[in-house]
Design a protein around this ligand. Structure first.
Ligand code: PHB
Length: 389
């Protein structure tokens, strides 16, 4: 059953106590707080579509219990996230909570710890969101570090000497910059400047002009899902492609949701990412077809955090026989391994963070449409920032 918070009030108003108790035994409530409006709406919509597709394909019953999904929109504002997550945990008594973008996931963290509620992080790409202080959190999304070190080394080995970084100015951007800079410098490259662009309503043009004036051979760019289209347009308008400046980054810059509309200036862009809609597996072909049928857009890398997050919840419920206490669910989730449309993935039993393949990919035209074609695989990559500790 999928419902929005509006129907909840009605259910409570008409439901007698006895019937509420009966329902409670037969249902597992899963709450998710996602940015469905505001600047990060494209993120929330993809992850929500991933969640819904999983339920559509696998049914809304697990070990005899009905899955009751309650999705709330925080508009990307962490104060809202906190209030809504509190309502879900205290009033709705959800057994599992799904959290979204980095500030949202950070707001839900302490609440899931205090209430011992399993918390599946489906969007955030910031390393520190999964940490020892919040033992009920696991991640099915990604970290920017997983991708940025690999592209840093590749760039240094493939002709990039002088890089300017253009980075969306918030936590995942800072991590992309730090991990890339370290790897690229260690491999002999030089980062000449790091230019930070505001997260909200970015106009990249003046920043791109500054980058161009520094005369780099390569631009390393991190922008979150939903901003790659605007970035690509302004990159071409400023003539950076014509100036022969190479564009590289983590997978966010070739967001499949935007790629079709991004134009030929993106041809040849090389990224290290964990997903491409063109990933060559039967499971992914089926995923893309089903997702496009349901949503009329390509799935992007963000959608997988929702789809795989639901898989993790379903499989953990099977292991616990439907029991929903936080300790039981998190223990069941630790070490879980499965095949995702993105490739093989697992949950690191020590850190509760995602382990996944990272693929080097290049933007090419296939049947007249832009796709990231993966050409090399780094297997079972852990979050490098956690490995260091
Ligand atoms: C995040 O919330 O950390 C995040 C969101 C979208 C991205 C990358 C990171 O594309």
């Amino acid at each position: 059953m999928i419902r929005k918070s509006v129907t909840l009030g009605m259910a409570l108003a008409v439901g007698a106590l006895a019937s509420t108790c009966a329902i409670a035994q037969d249902t597992v409530k899963i709450g998710a707080v996602l940015p469905l409006t505001g600047g990060l709406a494209p993120v929330g919509k993809q992850v929500q579509a991933g969640i819904q597709l999983y339920i559509q394909q696998h049914g809304a019953t697990v070990v005899g219990k009905t899955i009751d999904l309650i999705i709330k929109d925080d508009a990307g504002v962490p104060d809202n996230t906190k209030r809504l997550a509190q309502e879900l945990i205290v009033n709705d008594k959800v057994s599992v909570i799904g959290s979204g973008h980095t500030p949202g996931a950070m707001a839900v963290g302490p609440l899931s710890t205090q209430s011992k509620t399993a918390n599946v992080v489906m969007v955030s790409g910031t390393s520190g969101v999964i940490n020892p202080n919040n033992p009920y959190m696991v991640r099915t999304s990604f970290t920017l570090g997983q991708q940025s070190g690999i592209i840093g080394e590749w760039a240094a080995k493939n002709g990039s000497k002088k890089v300017v970084i253009v980075q969306s100015d918030w936590a995942p951007g800072a991590e992309a910059t730090a991990v890339f800079s370290e790897a690229f410098s260690r491999a002999g490259g030089q980062v000449v400047d790091t230019i930070k662009v505001p997260l909200a309503n970015p106009d990249f043009s003046p920043f791109l002009q500054r980058a161009r004036d520094l005369n780099p051979d390569t631009l390393f760019v991190f922008v979150p899902a939903g901003q790659a289209g605007t970035f690509a347009k302004q990159f071409a308008e400023r003539g950076l492609d014509k100036a022969g400046i190479k564009l590289i980054g983590p997978g966010d810059i070739v967001d499949d949701n935007d790629l079709q509309g991004m134009g030929n200036s993106m041809l040849g862009v090389v990224t290290a990412g964990f997903y491409s809609a063109a990933h060559d597996s039967k499971m992914n072909k089926d995923y893309v077809a089903a997702f496009e049928k349901a949503n009329n857009v390509r799935p992007n890398f963000i959608s997988l955090g929702g789809y795989d997050g639901m898989h993790l919840i379903y499989e953990a419920l099977k292991k616990t026989g439907g029991k929903t206490d936080g300790d039981g669910l998190i223990n069941a989730m630790k070490g879980m391994k499965w095949e995702s449309p993105r490739g093989p993935i697992s949950i690191d039993p020590q850190t509760r963070d995602i382990v996944q393949n990272i693929y080097l990919g290049k933007v090419e035209k296939v049947n007249g449409q832009l796709y990231t074609i993966q050409f090399a695989t780094f297997e079972a990559v852990k979050d490098p920032l956690k490995m260091k500790k």
